[in-house]
Design a protein around this ligand. Structure first.
Ligand SMILES: [Zn+2]
Length: 101
């Protein structure tokens, strides 16, 4: 089953897929933990994603149309710090600086 995989715009939180009528989907993009190790039974989608992306990839999925999104490269370099736990020493005094949108 081929996946439809898009790349998020920086800060994007809603799906921008268009349906047959040209309406935007605007479904909520949620982090998709397809490789959740505690799950005993994976859905076919999850099995397929595991093959496609490998373990631990950061993938988001639209709640409505299930389009998959890769994180924005810009989010990863700036706001992406929200998702990555880093040792305090690396950020020093900037630890409390939020780059939230
Ligand atoms: Zn959608």
């Amino acid at each position: 089953m081929p996946f439809k995989v898009k790349t998020k715009m920086p800060g994007q939180r809603a799906c921008n897929e268009k349906d047959a009528k040209g309406e935007l989907c605007v479904g909520h993009l949620k982090r998709w933990f397809y490789d959740e190790p505690r799950r005993l039974n994976r859905t076919p989608d999850e099995e397929e994603a595991l093959k496609e992306f490998g373990k631990g990839a950061e993938i988001y999925r639209c709640e409505r149309c299930h389009t998959l999104y890769r994180p924005s490269p810009e989010d990863r370099s700036t706001a992406g710090q929200r998702y990555e736990l880093r040792p305090v020493s690396l950020l020093g005094g900037f630890i409390h600086k939020r780059s939230d949108h």
